[in-house]
Design a protein around this ligand. Structure first.
Ligand SMILES: NC(=O)c1ccc[n+]([C@@H]2O[C@H](COP(=O)([O-])OP(=O)(O)OC[C@H]3O[C@@H](n4cnc5c(N)ncnc54)[C@H](OP(=O)(O)O)[C@@H]3O)[C@@H](O)[C@H]2O)c1
Length: 274
């Protein structure tokens, strides 16, 4: 596999670092990145070829990973239209739909869409992928190999499901950070020192996630085990119940999913056409 990244920022660096750690050769990887400092960083850290525009090296790749911000995508990919024969394109951009990408890429059909999340930066990501019917099983394995370098992955059968995926696992780290903030702030409000509060909140989330990940029991059962009748946890959960927190939470995640769909519409517009 010869892989070229279009955009050499955070996500591309995480994927390049992960692939090299898993045994990929630096000579198999390259990046197109307009910022000189980012190019120097990639070359110094991973010894990969990085250029300001497509060149002989990046054009020789059989797989292109589109790793620019959604708002830069149309400009970034338009020079590629007509030069993609036989190549697999993998987009990791939030929101940009296959039909828009395919149009910007001059009708190219071999495109996989993928939604990673920020824990990929430390090799603990979870990504969802969608491939349209024109993508072969071998090409899907190629995308899996790339994503497996920074964490786990799942496939979805319908592109529209990438909006709820975005709401759950791509926005999800922010919900968890918010929960850590709130737990720590509650600890401070009850008289604990700030540093102790932060450590208690952080380690609780980390430990509980590890416990849930390593357990055969569903989270609901693990929760019930911590909740003795008339006890402290039951007192807190009763307040959640009274405030209908579960219902609010579902509304919040649904709002994120709706916003994902709207952003797809916005980013996919061709200026002056619609
Ligand atoms: N970070 C995440 O956790 C995360 C999670 C899920 C999905 N994603 C998706 O991953 C994509 C990349 O995110 P990121 O965090 O890695 O962004 P980033 O750090 O901003 O990296 C994007 C890089 O692409 C460069 N670029 C801009 N226009 C370009 C062009 N025409 N050709 C080549 N390179 C160009 C940017 O340069 P400038 O700085 O000059 O703009 C920047 O260095 C986004 O679409 C995002 O939706 C990211």
């Amino acid at each position: 596999m010869k892989l070229a990244f279009i955009g050499g920022g955070n996500m591309a660096s995480a994927l390049i670092g992960g692939l090299i750690a898993k045994g990929a050769r630096a000579s198999e990887l390259s990046a197109v990145e307009p910022v000189a400092a980012a190019r120097r960083k990639l070359a110094a850290r991973y010894k990969v070829h990085a250029s300001a525009a497509m060149d002989v090296h990046t054009s020789g790749a059989d797989t292109l990973v589109l790793a620019v911000k959604p708002q830069d995508m149309r400009t970034a990919v338009s020079p590629l239209a007509g030069a993609l024969r036989g190549k697999l394109v993998i987009s990791i951009a939030a929101g940009i739909r296959l039909k828009d990408l395919a149009r910007w890429l001059g009708g190219h059909a071999k495109i996989i869409r993928c939604m990673p999340n920020t824990p990929a930066l430390i090799g603990a990501g979870i990504a969802a992928l969608y491939a349209p019917p024109g993508v072969s099983a071998a090409e899907k394995r190629r995308a899996e190999r790339i994503l497996a370098a920074v964490g786990k992955f799942v496939w979805v059968k319908d592109e529209a499901l990438l909006d709820p995926v975005t709401a759950v696992s791509a926005s999800g780290p922010a919900y968890v950070f918010w929960f850590i903030e709130q737990l720590a702030a509650s600890a401070v409000a009850l008289g604990l020192p700030a540093d102790v509060s932060r450590q208690l909140a952080l380690e609780t989330v980390l430990g509980a996630a590890k416990l849930a990940a390593g357990s055969k029991e569903p989270p609901a059962v693990l929760r019930e085990r911590v909740t003795s009748r008339g006890g402290t946890t039951a007192a807190a959960l009763a307040v959640f119940e009274e405030a209908r927190l579960a219902e609010h939470f579902r509304r919040a995640v649904a709002a994120a999913s709706r916003r994902g769909a709207e952003m797809g519409e916005e980013f996919g517009r061709d200026a002056g056409k619609d």
